[in-house]
Design a protein around this ligand. Structure first.
Ligand SMILES: Nc1ncnc2c1ncn2[C@@H]1O[C@H](COP(=O)(O)OP(=O)(O)O)[C@@H](O)[C@H]1O
Ligand SMILES: [Mg+2]
Length: 259
């Protein structure tokens, strides 16, 4: 790995310790009133907001480190259920923008209940019950990061509706995230995956982020041997599709169950 890159990754890695201290402190103040004293409603609000934002920083730090690991070809396969993977990604997303919904997702006990909760927010979850309950070997950190980025974009740019669909097609796993927003003109379809690219602000589009998310998603998908597709046209919404290979080594469980 390039020496400069290692230095930057080390710096980012070292942010974890002070960050953990801040997070633990905030959690203690919020949860251990008998030791640290009572809080007024306003103090509690401020602390809870600070706590949520330290969580965001923690997940961003982990994302950057995961991208570094990915560039080195490290894939960390772990046995997990689709339901846990998707629920976790959704909780991370809603924790920041809509605490009530993230709490509701946390207490959902089955797929129909989760679907109902999400539908109220204009998010449609399309996955078969059998796949939802299936256990699979996947790189959880990478897939969560991919889903979080695609879903956050879709929720940001939609008019009213977002669809998350998960399917198994032959020897591939396919995730797609579709929205009904302004869409992306075809001249930008390649550029959009380049770092720091955002669509021209002189168009009707305004700058609303950093232009790093999709570039990262592309790296993660490719490092897992997958492909990322974009189907979109101006005014017609956008659909991002992630196709990951189910090979004998990393997805043996899923293959065995389906055969
Ligand atoms: N679902 C979408 N609909 C319309 N435009 C999108 C969508 N997703 C991404 N874009 C465009 O692609 C650009 C790059 O996205 P991204 O890499 O996630 O960066 P960021 O979210 O930081 O702007 C965005 O600034 C936006 O212009
Ligand atoms: Mg983004």
């Amino acid at each position: 790995m390039h020496r400069e890159r290692i230095k930057i990754d080390l710096l980012i890695h070292d942010l974890k310790v002070p960050l953990a201290v801040v997070e633990t402190g905030l959690t203690s103040l919020l949860q251990r009133r008998e030791k640290y004293g009572l809080l007024t409603e306003k103090q509690e609000k401020v602390l809870a907001r600070a706590q949520r934002n330290t969580k965001v920083i923690r997940s961003l730090v982990n994302d950057i480190l995961e991208l570094g690991r990915s560039r080195e070809g490290i894939v960390g396969l772990k046995s997990l259920k689709f339901s846990d993977l998707i629920e976790q990604a959704l909780i991370e997303i809603f924790d920041l923008v809509d605490r009530n919904t993230s709490e509701r997702i946390r207490i959902c006990t089955d797929l129909p209940e989760l679907r109902q909760t999400l539908e109220k927010k204009g998010l449609i979850l399309l996955i078969e019950e059998a796949l939802w309950c299936q256990e699979v070997y996947l790189d959880e950190a990478k897939i969560r990061q991919i889903l979080r980025n695609l879903l956050n974009n879709a929720l940001k740019y939609r008019k009213s509706r977002v669809e998350l669909e998960v399917n198994k097609k032959d020897v591939h796993l396919v995730f797609s995230v579709k929205d009904d927003g302004e869409g992306i003109p075809s001249i930008y379809h390649k550029k959009i995956f380049e770092s720091y690219f955002q669509m021209d602000v002189t168009d009707s589009y305004t700058v609303r982020g950093h232009g790093l998310g999709l570039a990262g998603v592309m790296i993660l998908v490719e490092d897992m041997g997958g492909k990322l597709f974009l189907e979109s046209d101006e005014g017609k919404g956008a659909k991002f599709l992630v196709k990951l290979p189910l090979t004998k080594n990393n997805y043996s469980d899923l293959l065995r169950r389906s055969s």
